[in-house]
Design a protein around this ligand. Structure first.
Ligand SMILES: Nc1ncnc2c1ncn2[C@@H]1O[C@H](COP(=O)(O)OP(=O)(O)O)[C@@H](O)[C@H]1O
Ligand SMILES: [Mg+2]
Length: 247
């Protein structure tokens, strides 16, 4: 059974003038447990909007999304957000120490008895950051380190599913590579990833399957190999080697 299952999902929102706009139109795809799944497609096609529906940052207008066989609307919201972690696109860290940032989600849930420092250190270790960063202000970190703190924070609630919105788009190749390796390590430990990415080389390297979203619709779902063997689609999406669709 799919761990995340989009069935004919529609999303409408109102624009600034109060006019209804269709952001997702009949989007369906199924993510098997334990895979890295990618969403790709042009800017504005609805990828971030689709991710936000999975842990109910927004609600869809029609269709269904199932997590582990249960529709997201039927999940207890706290359980859903422990099951599904979201690593946001922008550096979502707040001013403060690495430790405060890493423990943020746990504090919201009333972390009391456990040893805060040991918990934070354990999370830093999972993302390959040294213990001496614990009390550092996040402002002083590099982009790659910040993104690892961001990932550590997402891991704090031990989610089975991790949503990532362009986790490497602002990173240099070495830092991006570190994040990709972490995704692969965590995936081998059983975590399922849904990753928005513009980078088709990245998708080829780490994703087992992907969906291409265009104008709110899924225009392809399959493996990266199948994607690249579809010449028309590849031509449509690629803009030279290692292309990004929209930058
Ligand atoms: N809160 C909102 N209200 C109205 N329109 C929105 C809102 N958020 C996003 N959109 C529109 O929805 C479309 C999809 O946006 P988004 O999901 O961010 O695309 P992507 O992540 O693929 O770049 C865009 O046309 C965007 O302008
Ligand atoms: Mg986006």
């Amino acid at each position: 059974m799919a761990i995340v299952d989009f069935k004919n999902v529609f999303l409408q929102k109102k624009d600034e003038k109060g006019m209804a706009v269709e952001i997702l139109r009949d989007l369906s795809f199924a993510v098997e447990p334990g895979v890295v799944y990618a969403l790709a497609g042009p800017s504005g096609s609805g990828k971030s909007s689709a991710l936000r529906l999975i842990n109910r940052l927004d609600d869809y207008s029609d269709g269904q999304i199932y997590i582990d066989g249960q529709e997201v609307k039927a999940w207890d919201i706290r359980e859903l957000r422990a099951k599904v972690g979201f690593m946001f696109q922008e550096a979502a860290l707040f001013q403060g120490s690495v430790m405060e940032n890493v423990l943020y989600g746990l504090c919201l849930r009333g972390l009391k008895k456990c040893n805060h420092e040991a918990t934070a250190l354990g999370l830093l270790e999972k993302v390959g950051l040294p213990a001496e960063l614990l009390q550092r202000n996040v402002e002083s970190l590099s982009g790659g380190q910040k993104q690892r703190v961001n990932l550590a924070r997402t891991l704090a609630l031990d989610p089975d599913i991790i949503l990532m919105d362009e986790p490497t788009s602002s990173l240099d190749p070495a830092a991006a590579n570190t994040i990709e390796n972490l995704i692969q390590d965590l995936n081998q430990q059983g975590k399922t990833f849904i990753l928005v990415s513009h980078n088709f080389e990245q998708i080829e390297r780490i994703a087992a399957a992907c969906t291409i979203v265009q104008d709110g619709q899924g225009i392809f779902s399959g493996t990266p190999t199948e994607l690249f063997s579809n010449q028309d689609l590849a031509n449509l999406l690629m803009n030279g080697k290692g292309a990004r669709v929209d930058e």
